[in-house]
Design a protein around this ligand. Structure first.
Ligand code: ADP
Ligand code: MG
Length: 613
């Protein structure tokens, strides 16, 4: 039989290897940034267009390459970073596998310009799908510039597999931040579609964190430091009260390389035991240094998972360092049961009678007043939703609690119940109990409505309608308001800008660390603007939804959550009635946007049963 095995041509082998190294534009960003760092650059610029799908460019002022190296660097397994197998166990560079550039050149259009400091002229190479197109001598500044265009141009399946720009940009920002956090002594700038997203000057580790995650981060962190023979730990961990429900800011760096480790994460969570609200996640920025020969980085092509020689010892040291740091900075609550509580009260007050606090309630206060002014927030239930109502609201008139002689069950009478004047009069008496529930008698018994969830439902549907039909009303602000955000929060706001505008936000400017708003959705008051946007950014930080519809859905949910009247808020009777009316005008009155029950009914039979003994 004839033999059938062949060696794959290089360009095919490179394409296959590329599958491992380059999953998405963010992988290119990571590889190019790491090469620039390995080249000793002190200034690195990242430029992307359309979330890296159209262009990723990295410009560095590092050591550059000779003419020969410039040609060789695109070969597979071509590296200047290791020479022999033993070097794998004493790594001081980010790269060492020599496959990134070969992989990238196999699946994109690449243009490289590079010049070494001591040389007069540099080299300019164009390579497309592993084929050298041109090589010229050129006048260039010191360093290297890689321009990667049309990623996956020759693998349509991979290109189609890419997510929306929002998602891909998020991945790029993640990679950029990881590299920038690990190298605070390098100046990084990042431009996306022509606007500057980050400009991070050389600084210390803490300033770098603050520059990336906003000034507010500073007060939320406590330092951590520990040096032992097997590891030295430095960095910052978040005070427990600032722990968040999403996992955003958790970083481990080992020898300046970002790594993922469920095991080390567990060590940190263990140190926080008893200090966190259920399910909340602390921030941490931990820089570990270990002797290079005690780790194996070569277990994963993207090098984000590594193997430690003595993982258990590392776990113990990390946990105790974190505990120590939380204790030292007095963030752990001290539960001292032996304390004499009398000492807590100043002596002269000790035997004083407690005064009953007087509470002044403004009976005219109506939390729904704002909404009442809006034309698009009608108190009149929409007629198409009447079927929801009928069964619940049969016989609701205050004067006609005894409805023996009046039947509301017929169509005609029911609809007259909802005429403007009838609704104005309010269908029935409502009661608020515990500033939480609205109780409403109905013919068959009573309704008990959760005020917060009900209001969330109302606002959610209202926002969603406004956003999807682009009919949102804006209120123009007399004086534009400026809100401050961190670089990556701004980047996020930019990607959802259009959806935000369709809810009624008007942006006058979006700057590097602030936004200027000149118009707000009618449902959002000036004082609520920052709360709504901050909540929104934090809700979307983990994963910005892919499709624009689910993006709008997430926004409507987030805004409904921020703006809904909370448990513990007193509602006037008018507000209560409006709430009930608006709830039953909703398409899905029974559940909140977060799938929680908005109301329950208690029938007369239920009550009878309870009284049967
Ligand atoms: P690796 O980084 O694993 O060595 P790469 O394919 O990423 O492999 O790069 C191949 C080689 O090209 C590197 O070893 C390095 O010598 C050279 N190189 C790549 N990028 C740069 C750069 N920005 N500046 C100088 N040399 C570079
Ligand atoms: Mg590399």
């Amino acid at each position: 039989m004839s033999s059938i095995i062949q060696l794959l041509p290089d360009h095919v082998a490179n394409q296959i290897a590329a599958g491992e190294v380059v999953q998405r534009p963010a992988s290119v960003v990571k590889e190019l940034l790491e090469n620039a760092i390995d080249a000793g650059a002190s200034d690195i610029k990242l430029i992307c267009k359309e979330a890296g799908k159209v262009l990723v460019q990295v410009i560095d002022n590092g050591k550059g390459m000779s003419v020969t190296d410039a040609r060789l660097c695109f070969e597979r397994h071509a590296t200047s970073k290791i020479r022999q197998a033993e070097d794998l166990f004493d790594l001081h560079t980010k790269g060492f596998r020599g496959e990134a550039l070969a992989s990238i050149a196999a699946i994109a259009h690449v243009e490289m310009k590079t010049k070494q400091d001591q040389e007069e002229l540099g080299t300019h190479i164009i390579i497309e799908g592993s084929k050298f197109v041109s090589q010229d001598v050129a006048v260039l500044p010191k360093g290297t510039s890689f321009l990667v265009k049309n990623l996956f141009f020759n693998i349509p399946a991979r290109r189609n597999f890419l997510k929306s720009d929002i998602v891909e940009l998020r991945h790029i920002i993640d990679e950029f931040q990881r590299v920038a956090l690990a190298h605070h002594n390098i100046h990084f700038t990042f431009y996306h579609n022509g606007s500057e997203l980050f400009n991070l000057p050389q600084s210390n580790a803490r300033q770098r964190i603050v520059n990336i995650f906003s000034g507010k981060t500073n007060e939320k962190l406590v330092p951590i430091q520990e040096t032992t023979d097997i590891v030295s730990i430095q960095g910052f961990i978040g005070k427990p009260e600032f722990a968040k429900k999403n996992k955003g800011e958790q970083f481990f760096f080992v020898n300046d390389r970002f790594i993922k480790s469920g095991y080390l994460h567990h060590a940190i969570m263990n140190a926080y035991e008893g200090l966190l609200r259920d399910g909340s996640q602390p921030s941490y920025f931990l820089y570990l240094n270990v002797p290079p020969h005690t780790i194996d980085i070569n277990i994963h092509p993207t090098k984000t998972e590594i193997k430690f020689d003595d993982e258990q010892a590392l776990y113990a040291i990390l946990r105790s360092a974190a505990k120590h740091s939380l204790g030292q900075f007095n963030v752990a609550p001290v539960l001292d049961f032996e304390r004499d509580f009398n000492l807590d009260t100043p002596y002269s007050y000790q035997n004083k009678e407690a005064e009953t606090p007087t509470i002044q309630v403004d009976s005219n206060f109506n939390p729904f007043q704002e909404e009442k002014k809006q034309s698009n927030f009608s108190y009149k239930p929409k007629t198409e939703n009447l079927p929801h109502w009928e069964s619940l609201y049969v016989g609701l008139d205050t004067k006609s609690m005894d409805i023996g002689e009046m039947s509301f069950e017929s169509e005609t009478v029911t609809s007259s119940l909802f005429s403007d004047s009838e609704v104005e009069k309010a269908p029935t008496k409502t009661y608020q109990i515990h500033k939480k529930y609205i109780v409403n008698p109905i013919k068959s018994g009573m309704l008990i409505i959760d005020q917060q969830r009900a209001h969330q439902r109302i606002l959610y549907e209202q926002f969603l309608t406004n956003i999807t039909i682009h009919q949102a009303n804006s209120q123009q602000l007399l004086f534009p308001i400026t809100l401050y955000f961190s670089g990556n929060e701004i980047a996020l706001i930019q990607v959802i800008q259009q959806s935000l505008e369709s809810t009624g936000f008007v942006f006058e400017a979006i700057n590097k660390d602030s936004i200027v708003i000149s118009g707000l959705p009618v449902t959002v008051s000036e004082s609520e603007a920052s709360i709504v946007l901050e909540q929104l950014v934090s809700d979307l930080q983990d994963e910005v939804p892919d499709s624009s519809f689910s993006q709008m859905d997430s926004m409507a949910k987030s805004m409904a959550r921020s703006l809904a009247v909370k448990t513990g808020t007193y509602l006037t009777e008018e507000a209560q009635v409006n709430l009930v009316n608006n709830l039953f005008a909703c398409k899905e009155a029974t559940v909140s946007p977060f799938n929680k029950t908005t109301f329950i009914t208690l029938s007369v039979e239920d009550l009878d049963k309870k009284f049967s003994i």
